[in-house]
Design a protein around this ligand. Structure first.
Ligand code: SF4
Ligand code: MG
Length: 288
């Protein structure tokens, strides 16, 4: 939330938030689109650049702070949420953002991430999920699909991946959203809502890594499913959904009950109602 951050009537554009640093991601990397979207969106906050801070960990996406003309810190592996927590709690006059990746946030930084979410201090965490370790040249990550063949899993990965959305809800996150690098409109909308949220907002961004995991999100980019491309939770309620078979968890803001959201074969989203107290906790499907 921006409640404590002094507003300004400066007329700013994306250019004002673009640094003079040479951008050093691989050609075609999804990070470029996210950077453009963030630079395009930041003027809408109506804040001075010196009241905005981006803290990152380690990984390709963690180069983000160099490219923004705001304050920033390229910090330590997995620890960006801890550093940002200190900043957000001691400086209410700052809009605090974390940039992290699936390896950084969910492997070495998993503990920091879940505790940041449950503490719910005022910051926005952008989790770039390309389902691979990009910076270290292509090892399977905590979000890689089972059977993933990489340099570190030549016979295919055996591990079940994390779903960052369900992980965040399990950690009692108060705002969770998922969006994708290729949908600038949706990405911008989600950034806006996340920034306005008072507490810790987690935004998972599906991000294509054309070098080590190209096309991981192609099914979602398909024009036929584009309108339903992403799960987005607004105050705990689903607004838009993934393609068929995509699922996530949502919390009912009133009862606190957790439900599984799934998309049926006509692209309608529904709630799979899971009654944890039932003898047979089987799932009943109800179109919402
Ligand atoms: Fe982007 Fe992948 Fe290159 Fe990293 S390795 S900069 S994620 S394309
Ligand atoms: Mg990654």
């Amino acid at each position: 939330g921006l409640a404590g951050v002094p507003a300004t009537d400066l007329k700013q554009t994306g250019k004002d938030f673009t640094s003079d640093q040479e951008v050093r991601w691989c050609p075609g990397c999804g990070d470029y689109a996210v950077l453009k979207a963030v630079q395009g969106f930041l003027p809408d906050l109506g804040l001075k650049r010196e009241n905005i801070v981006f803290v990152s960990g380690i990984g390709c996406s963690s180069r983000f702070p160099y490219y923004l003309d705001t304050y920033g810190m390229h910090s330590i592996h997995g620890r960006a949420p801890a550093i940002a927590t200190g900043l957000a709690t001691s400086r209410e006059d700052l809009s605090v953002w974390v940039v992290t990746g699936d390896g950084d946030a969910l492997s070495i930084g998993g503990n920091h991430l879940i505790h940041a979410l449950r503490r719910n201090v005022n910051m926005t965490i952008l989790l770039f999920n390309n389902r691979i370790y990009g910076l270290t040249k292509g090892q399977y990550s905590p979000t890689s699909e089972p059977g993933k063949v990489t340099k570190s899993t030549p016979m295919g990965s055996l591990d079940t991946p994390f779903n960052p959305i369900s992980l965040a809800l399990g950690a009692e996150a108060s705002f969770v959203a998922r969006t994708i690098d290729t949908d600038r409109k949706h990405l911008t909308e989600v950034l806006r809502e996340a920034a306005a949220h008072r507490g810790t907002a987690l935004v998972e961004i599906y991000q294509n890594c054309p070098i080590f995991n190209d096309g991981a999100f192609d099914a979602i980019k398909d024009p036929a499913t584009k309108d339903h491309a992403v799960i987005r939770l607004e105050h705990g309620k689903p607004v838009t959904f993934g393609p068929q078979g995509e699922h996530g968890l949502v919390r009912d803001p009133v009862s606190g009950a957790i439900s599984v959201v799934e998309v049926d074969d006509s692209n309608r989203a529904g709630l799979l109602v899971h009654d944890a107290h039932a003898e047979d906790p089987s799932l009943a499907f109800a179109i919402s």
